[in-house]
Design a binder for this molecule. Structure first.
Ligand code: SF4
Length: 353
């Protein structure tokens, strides 16, 4: 059983239902108690055991002595003119990560982080530029969701989607990300359906397939270049998992009918946004059940890249559509609060001597 952080008390946040059941069975408690506690943590947002009124007083006391429910406060919330909320979470060891809540008509999507920093150093990414600090625990990962669900509940809204698209590469932290996904999908956790949980990866093919075998979640793969030579320059991970292997893995992901893997493509002016790139991309993705998300680069302080013109983005999209590939250009959200990954943290750290 994993003990998380300080004070020798076991953190129950971040434990999956089977893990909670094992813990409680050691104390001779019934299995259903695990489900009760899980609901208190993820559905009632209990921060301590005193609130768990359907447990006996004695049991609550026992739990308080042995266990805790980590709940670090949110350090900062910024709200964009378009309603996007950006959170800066301060973790118990002082590190910071970011989350972004994106409201759309019928959706409330939370983008969460899975690592403090990132080791993959994609050339266009603020998080990659800042380097890797450590993996996040499942408790820290799901805590981001607790905060968003709680804030939404206060205004009578519900979280509908979670995307692992914040800081870090989720598949470089597969054990803790898997535990977090189990909690997201569990009926006594957040009760989300697999299609509403998306794991975004820079292309860690092997771990992607392993996760796809375990959970019916959705996948978004950052492609960003149609040829190995260019992709290796933009995304060094391509040397480990080249495009051929990556696309082959995407084709192997078990998909329920009608579902597709998302191929993400950040358009960088003069680098990967030529019509010939669009044609090469269409060829590369031939035969794969994919939809393409085009993301015009959001110019920021860490990169020398520039945003493509709307006309260039439109032309790129038209080439893909003509090849029969479902393609959308993603609307930029929260640009005024620097909602691209790693930018709020970057700003906070710049202020920290
Ligand atoms: S884009 Fe994602 S995988 Fe690449 S450096 Fe940034 S956080 Fe890491």
């Amino acid at each position: 059983m994993m003990k998380i952080m300080s004070k020798d008390r076991t953190d129950l946040k971040g434990m999956t239902l089977p893990e909670l059941e094992i813990l409680l069975s050691r104390w001779g408690k019934e299995r259903y108690r695990a489900r009760q506690i899980s609901r208190w943590i993820y559905q009632q947002f209990a921060g301590d055991f005193a609130a768990m009124t359907d447990l006996s007083k004695g049991f609550r006391g026992e739990l308080s002595r042995e266990c805790r429910i980590s709940s670090p406060p949110v350090e900062k919330v910024e709200t964009s003119a378009d309603g996007t909320e950006k959170y800066l979470f301060r973790l118990e060891d002082g590190e910071t990560v970011e989350g972004v809540l994106i409201p759309e008509e019928d959706r409330r999507t939370l983008c969460i982080s899975s690592q403090v920093g990132c080791a993959l150093r994609c050339g266009f990414c603020a998080t990659g530029a800042a380097g890797f600090r450590r993996n996040m625990s499942s408790a820290e990962i799901v805590h981001q969701v607790c905060i968003a669900v709680k804030r939404l509940a206060k205004r009578g809204e519900r979280l509908t989607n979670v995307v692992f698209m914040g800081m870090g590469e989720p598949l470089e932290n597969p054990a803790e990300v898997s535990r977090a996904i189990e909690i997201l999908l569990s009926q006594s956790g957040f009760g989300l359906s697999g299609k509403r949980v998306t794991v975004s990866t820079a292309g860690v093919s092997k771990a992607m397939l392993e996760l796809a075998e375990r959970f019916p979640v959705s996948f978004a793969v950052s492609i960003n270049a149609p040829r190995d030579e260019l992709r290796s320059r933009l995304m060094p991970i391509n040397r480990r998992y080249p495009l051929g292997e990556l696309v082959a893995a995407m084709k192997k992901i078990p998909l329920r009918s009608g579902r597709k893997v998302t191929a993400e493509y950040v358009l960088l002016a003069g680098i990967n946004d030529f019509e010939s790139d669009a044609r090469d991309l269409a060829l590369l993705l031939k035969g794969a059940r994919v939809k393409v998300n085009l993301i015009p680069f959001n110019a920021h302080e860490y990169g020398d890249f520039i945003s493509p013109s709307p006309e260039t983005a439109d032309r790129f999209r038209e080439v893909l559509l003509a090849a029969g590939i479902q393609t959308i250009t993603r609307e930029r959200r929260g640009a005024d609060i620097r909602a691209a990954c790693g930018q709020l943290r970057g700003a906070a750290e710049a202020k920290t001597p």
